[in-house]
Structures are given as C-alpha cells and as structure tokens.
Write a protein that binds this ligand. Structure first.
Ligand code: HEM
Length: 528
C-alpha cells in the first residue's frame, strides 16, 4: 500500500547523476543498468545429424518460393486452408519434427510436448521472437521504438525486466482483484433487465477495455456506458493487419498501401490515447500527492506509479510499455472469455458445477482473494476452454543465435523453430476426445480419468507460451476472466439459442476469435 508521503517522495524525487533520465513535470525517470540475464546455451555437436536429414518436403516441394506454393496446394486439396491444417498434414506425412519452406527460408516445426519442452528449455540470454515486419516498418516510418512483443536482445530485456517485476508478481495481481470485481459487478448489474446478449464479444470488449483502464491508467474509462476511448474497429485493424501482414507478398514494405495506412492510423491513435491517458494519470497522482491527507487513490494498486518510481524506465519507455499492455490486453481476454462462456452455456452440467462452487465459496461482501483460489473447477473450465479453443494463431516461435541440437538434429542458428501448440492441444494422442469439453482433465487428483484424457504433460498446453518470453499479462488475464465469469454465473444461468452447434467455429487472427457472432440467453438466478 502506498501512503501519501511515499507518493510525494516518489513524485518529487530527483537524482542528478541518473543516466538517460527524462521528466514528466517534475517526475524523474531513469534507465539503471540491469542485472544480466543468466547463462548462454551451447551444445556438443558431435554425432548429431545434419540439417538436411531433418524430415520434410523433398524435390520441388523443397524449392524456395515454388515449394511453399505447391505444398500448400497439395496439403490442402487446392484450398489455402488455415496454417494449422497444413501443419497437421505435414506432421502426418513427416512426423513430429519436420522442416518446411516459408518463402525462401526453412522453418522447423515441432508437434509434440517432449519436443516443445526441448526447444523451450534452451536457455539463451535474450530469447528471440521473429519480427513482425509491418510493426518494424511502422516504427521506422514514425520514429517509434518497437514494443515488448517484437523488441529483441538487450533492448527487450531492459523493458521486460522492470515490467515483469511489477506485473507478474502474484501480490500485484491479487491487489487488482477488488478493482476487477468492481468492474465485473457493474457489468453484471448493467445486465439486470437483459435476457439476451446479442453479441457477447462486443460486450466483453467493453469489459476488457474497462479492466485494462484500471490496470494501465488507474481509472474507470466508462466503457460499460459506451465511452471507450479506443474503437474496437481500430483494435481489430491492428490485430488483423499484424496477422495478415506476414503473408507472402508485402507491398507495404515499399509503398504506403491502403492496407498499411489503415494499420498506421489505428496504431497512431492507440499511441495518442495512451499518451493522453498517462498524462492525465500523472496529473492525478500529483494532485493526490499534494493533498496532505490520505485518500482512496493512495491505497489503490498503481502500476503506472510503481513503474515511474522504480527508476529503471524512461518516460518514453513507460508510455511504450503501457501502450503494449493496453493494446495487448483487450482482444486476447475478450475472445478467450467469449469461448469460455460459450462452453459453459453449451455444457449445462459444467455450468452447474461452477455455480455450486461459487455458491460454496463466495460471499455477498465483495470477492475475497482466498475465495478465488478455491474456484478450482472454474479454473479447470477456463483451461479446458483454452485447450479446445486455443487462443493464439499457431504457437510460440523461437530463433537462436547459435546452432542447436533438437532431437539429434543440428538446427542452424537463426532458423525459426515453431512449437505447434495449437495443434498439440487438440491432438488425440495427448488429449483423448479432443473435441469434447472435459474440465476434469485439469483437476488435480482427477483419477477417474485415464492418462490419455487427463492433462498430463505440462508442455502439451501452452496458451501463454513459456519461459522468459512468455505472456507478461498471463496472471492479470486469468484473474480478469475468472472474476468476470464468476460474477456472471453467480447471477445468471447462461444458455445458447436453440439449434446452436456444440462447438464454436473460430477464425485465427493474432488471437483466435469466434467465426460468428455469439448470442447468449440469460436467466436470472434466485437472489440470496
Ligand atoms: C487470455 C489472454 C492472453 C493470452 C492467451 C495471451 C497469450 C500470449 C502469448 C502466447 C504470448 C507469446 C508467448 C511466447 O512467445 O512464448 C504473449 C505475449 C505477450 N502478452 Fe499476452 N496473452 C493474453 C493476455 C495478455 C494481457 C492481458 C496482456 C497485458 C496486460 C498481455 C501482454 C503481452 C505482452 C506484452 C507480450 C509480449 C511479451 C514479451 O515478448 O516479452 N497479454 N501473450
């Protein structure tokens, strides 16, 4: 808890000797040298097989540019299907480790949890994720540094380390529970007279934006009353464009195409919104600090303030980070929550168990932190929903700057290695009955299930990635989804319109989204 005096000290502190410091009206920021990340990986190359022996397409299918075109045709019956379908077909043809051409480059794909573990356990100083070209080009054309998701090397680490110290600490996330609970409570109250949610995702976008407003700017943005500062259309443009921009032809590299211009406009708007919000948040902090008595703000968790007073980040980098968090935290959670609600609506029995669990553990006096930790079945439902409706496109990609040994093959440095997590989580070898919603898979001690049905390999399910480059917002996202869902199910029984399919079809952009509008019916539960 931050007391007013601490706030004042933090806001007034200034150290003349700090390097790279900049100021927001008297608030000092600086870049302190960071402790070095751990060991660099090296391997013994004796006795391993060459890269050419890695299974994969041969002959015409292995040719640069031509290969990808013909193999897409071959493996998808002439249709350019989803990348996951193509990877599944490749796995069936070549096994769990194969290489294939994307344009002129080789990439290596691993499709089982043991191989995923092998790749993700390679410890390097700065894990490298492939660049997103359109983001890079935007940065160059607008003189803006790249964000956490696409920065590399030491620059990435210098941003990631202080950010994760503040965002990933369980105590930091716990302190946001009452604030998320407040948003969730208001949301559920706004549904009092609603019997049908026409477009679930649209509504959840507003809830997720409101929650991110609390995390990033410490203020209620008013999204539940239709006052969202960012339009969902702009966020859609950003995420759809980053997914689309990776495709074969990239004219936006050379010209400001209409596609690129739409992307640029949406990202600039996002920057403008966060810059403005941060400025206002700093002003609010200053006036709070100048008041002599303690008030509500002083005892609230405050990510922005803790970063400003931490001393390792400049003002520009804090703005960049907050922009990443705000932009990255909306689409991801709203889509994931929509799938979870669909599953609960489609699976009456699971929903009843969630309701019973909520009735057993929650009270009417706000959400108790320990109560949330007891909602094990609800958590299992979330995980099972993410397994079945995997939230991201394909899976994590890693690139190493030294050669490495994967399963006895030498993988040359700089070769992207893709962990096909989306496919692994739906592979019947690791999850029997993959199309069925069986939350018990993720319950500890669920001995009634056999090993093939139960979740039994930690690397078979990686919706947030793994390791130092994993999702920095994981804890916040999970907490938000659980708290909002808990509030909904506590107050309403949810169901699908008659004739709805059991499984919701999806489209993959950066985050997986429902292919069609999701409509839900609400039946109020009896009061306490
Ligand atoms: C259900 C919701 C979410 C899912 C499924 C998700 C998933 C992911 C995944 C798979 C990655 C890449 C991991 C890897 O390469 O190994 C990632 C990275 C990232 N996520 Fe999330 N995410 C979610 C919510 C959030 C939220 C709420 C925030 C912000 C508060 C956030 C911010 C980020 C950032 C900044 C990165 C880049 C981290 C880095 O490269 O160091 N995410 N996320």
């Amino acid at each position: 808890m931050l007391k007013t005096r601490t706030l004042l000290t933090a806001l007034r502190s200034s150290t003349p000797s700090l390097r790279n410091s900049s100021t927001i009206e008297g608030v000092k920021f600086n870049d302190k040298p960071l402790e070095e990340p751990p060991d660099v990986w090296s391997f013994d190359s004796s006795g391993i097989q060459s890269f050419d022996s890695v299974p994969g397409p041969k002959g015409i299918y292995a040719l640069p540019f031509i290969g990808p075109l013909v193999h897409v045709k071959k493996f998808s019956n002439g249709k350019i299907g989803g990348l996951n379908d193509i990877l599944r077909a490749y796995r069936q043809a070549h096994g769990d480790l194969f290489r294939l051409r994307i344009a002129s480059r080789w990439i290596v794909v691993v499709s089982n949890p043991d191989l995923a573990k092998e790749v993700l356990s390679i410890r390097v100083k700065y894990p490298f994720r492939p660049e997103v070209e359109i983001v890079k080009i935007f940065g160059i054309r607008n003189n803006k540094e790249e964000g956490l998701g696409t920065l590399q090397g030491e620059a990435w680490w210098n941003l990631r380390k202080p950010a994760q110290d503040h965002i990933m600490k369980p105590s930091a996330v716990r302190s946001y529970i009452p604030l998320i609970d407040e948003v969730a409570g208001d949301f559920v109250a706004s549904l009092k007279d609603t019997r049908t949610i026409d477009d679930c995702l649209q509504l959840l976008n507003a809830v997720a934006t409101e929650c991110m407003g609390m995390l990033c700017f410490n203020r209620r943005l008013g999204c539940l009353q239709g006052q969202s500062p960012i339009s969902m259309e702009d966020l859609n443009t950003i995420f759809t464009s980053t997914a689309e921009a990776g495709k074969f032809f990239k004219p936006y590299k050379y010209f400001r195409t209409p596609f690129y211009r739409r992307f640029e406009k949406a990202v600039l708007k996002l920057h403008c919104i966060t810059d403005n919000e941060i400025e206002c948040a700093v002003q609010r902090l200053k006036s709070t600090a100048e008041e002599s008595t303690e008030n509500a703000h002083a005892s609230c968790p405050n990510l922005l303030l803790s970063m400003m007073t931490d001393g390792r980040l400049t003002k520009d980098r804090i703005n960049l980070l907050i922009t990443n968090l705000f932009g990255g935290g909306i689409d991801s959670t709203s889509n994931t929550m929509t799938f979870l609600w669909y599953e609960l609506a489609a699976n009456e029995e699971a929903q009843k168990k969630v309701y019973d669990e909520i009735s057993d553990h929650s009270s009417n006096h706000g959400l108790d932190t320990t109560a949330l930790s007891k909602m094990t079945f609800l958590k299992a439902c979330l995980r099972e929903s993410m397994r079945k409706n995997f939230p991201t496109n394909v899976g994590s990609v890693r690139i190493f700057d030294t050669d490495c040994n994967i399963s006895g093959y030498k993988i040359p440095k700089k070769t992207p290695i893709l962990i096909a997590s989306n496919n692994i989580s739906k592979d019947s070898r690791f999850y029997k009955y993959p199309d069925q919603f069986i939350p018990e898979r993720f319950l500890r001690g669920s001995d009634a299930l056999d090993n093939k049905t139960r979740h039994s390999h930690p690397f078979a399910f990686l919706p947030f990635g793994f390791g130092p480059r994993s999702c920095i917002g994981q804890r916040f996202a999970e907490t938000e989804i659980l708290v909002v869902t808990l509030n909904l199910i506590k107050n309403f029984r949810i169901s699908l319109p008659s004739g709805s399919p059991k499984n919701l079809e999806s489209v993959t952009r950066t985050f997986t989204a429902p292919a069609k509008k999701v409509t839900l019916h609400l039946t109020p539960r009896p009061g306490p």
